[in-house]
Design a protein around this ligand. Sequence first.
Ligand SMILES: C[S@@+](CC[C@H](N)C(=O)[O-])C[C@H]1O[C@@H](n2cnc3c(N)ncnc32)[C@H](O)[C@@H]1O
Length: 223
Amino acid sequence: MASTPEQREVLPGSPSPPTRPPGLWRRWGRAFRDQTVFLPALWRSPQTVGAVCPSSRALARAMLTGHNLRQAGLVVELGPGTGAFTRVILEALGPTTRFFALEVDAGAVRHLHRVLPHVEVFHDSAERLDEYVVRSGRPQVDAIVSGLPWAVLPEDLQRRIMTQVAGCLRPGGGFSTFAYQHARHSTAGRRYWRLLSTLFAQVTVSPTVWWNLPPAVVYHGVK
Ligand SMILES: C[S@@+](CC[C@H](N)C(=O)[O-])C[C@H]1O[C@@H](n2cnc3c(N)ncnc32)[C@H](O)[C@@H]1O
């Protein structure tokens, strides 16, 4: 179960407000540590990572707009990487919400087991989402948050994963994913958008999240 949010940094005995926002050093330390996991993964398999660095907290927050994770029974993340979205998801879950993530990169899975030991992260492909939903004991998924790099995934793999997503979500359940601003009108970007529009009754596009490298938009589909 992953309902406990990460511990927040406290500055014991601090007589006056610190000159820097609390947690800044900790966040930089974490960003550095995440990058030491992200870059080797990118080197090993650029076509499954499809990004130059982990997503920002601003993009993570935008990914959760439109979901009510506190009331959800089951929430799933696809492609958590070093946990940029995972940490924000954990903060939003309700006390009885079940959460798990599927990730294909072994290094990223080891990293997440180390830094977020209470979170269920399975070393497997999002193509097998349905098997893990059955294992969870919950009938359907309320919300799916995806960090998968659609623009670099082959079309048949995109289709297999998206069929799983649409099949596992409950009616009314939400799916969010992102597209880099510069790539969303490419051939692969447009193809993914068409696929999304055929699978969901309603798909919205967020304003551009500029505080991300590179800037991105969030697609939110409701089944
Ligand atoms: C662009 S990175 C995003 C990582 C993180 N969500 C973020 O936004 O910083 C894409 C992640 O998806 C993972 N991935 C790619 N194909 C996958 C698949 N079929 N199933 C599960 N994870 C996959 C990669 O290993 C990588 O960690």
